[in-house]
Ligand binder design. Structure first.
Ligand code: NAP
Length: 251
């Protein structure tokens, strides 16, 4: 009989996991990926997809019971702290085994000039001393902290064109969806004469090319530290998540 798996998604790892799960377990697992619904035309994962919030941890627990979910993988982005906490709480409430798929952290390499900060406000403080032309790869939520830096010029990359005006003094928006190559990222640094890059410490491969590009261009990177993940079972690769699923199916 088939067991239902809920993947909390919105990342390239979640998409890779959905495809790999279907390939490895076939009809033994019925795969549903949940997306928050933030992007206009998200890359569609294999298997079934549902879209939109659950209504907090309680709503997610209700969904797990109503849909008779047997296993859950939290493959959300490392900075998606609310859904991660909700997943842990709902897993306990509905007694559905959960594993978090956490990307490996990025590590510095020779030639890197990273300034590690706690949050977007700290990044804005650090950026004051780093030249005039700053590339922000933060998503919408962190931009407000940079609004007071009126003597700077900002490059902002978004997955979708913004629906409302971005509240930054001098800026240009570029639209693009990763993964990007090191050459792509280097071309942006050169074309826009970027003095410093600001990024979240997202980790993983999909968005690491900009760090190599910054290294080879010799520009500093303001790195916003990754929030602590909630405690509980964790794996750091799609393969390890598949092994966790195999273990639960064998139980
Ligand atoms: P968040 O702050 O942790 O979550 C806010 C609320 O959005 C949650 O409480 C939940 O609403 C809903 N939500 C989030 N992820 C969901 C999912 N996969 N399925 C259903 N509902 C979800 O999350 P966020 O930082 O806004 O990220 C939203 C989505 O974008 C996540 O899927 C994440 O993987 C992806 N993403 C985030 C980032 C980032 O930097 N934060 C970057 C790339 C991709 P309810 O409480 O109503 O259930």
């Amino acid at each position: 009989m088939s067991m239902r798996l809920l993947i909390l998604g919105g990342t390239s790892e979640a998409r890779a996991l959905a495809a790999a799960t279907m390939a490895r377990f076939g009809a033994r697992l019925d795969v549903i990926t949940s997306l928050a619904g933030r992007t206009q035309s998200p890359a569609r994962p294999a298997g079934r997809v549902r879209v939109g919030g659950f209504g907090g941890a309680g709503g997610l627990a209700e969904y797990l019971r109503a849909e008779r979910i047997g296993l859950m993988v939290d493959a959300t982005h490392p900075f998606a702290t609310r859904i991660k906490a909700n997943a842990r709480a709902a897993s306990a409430a509905a007694e559905v085994p959960l594993v978090a798929l956490d990307r490996p952290q990025w590590r510095t390499e020779a030639g890197d000039r990273w300034i590690v900060v706690e949050d977007a406000a700290g990044a804005a403080r650090a950026a004051k001393a780093l030249g005039r032309r700053i590339w922000l790869t933060l998503g919408a939520s962190g931009l407000a902290d940079f609004a007071a830096l009126t003597d700077k010029w900002f490059l902002v990359r978004r997955v979708d064109p913004p629906e409302t005006r971005v509240n930054l003094p001098n800026h240009e928006i570029i639209v693009g969806r990763g993964p990007f190559s090191e050459d792509d990222e280097r071309a942006i640094i050169v074309r826009y004469r970027i003095d410093a890059l600001v990024t979240k410490a997202s980790g993983g491969q999909a968005s690491a090319a900009k760090l190599a590009a910054a290294r080879s261009a010799g520009i500093p990177v303001v790195m916003i530290r990754r929030p602590d993940a909630p405690c509980g079972a964790t794996v750091d690769s799609v393969e390890a998540a598949l092994d966790w699923l195999a273990g639960r199916l064998a139980d």
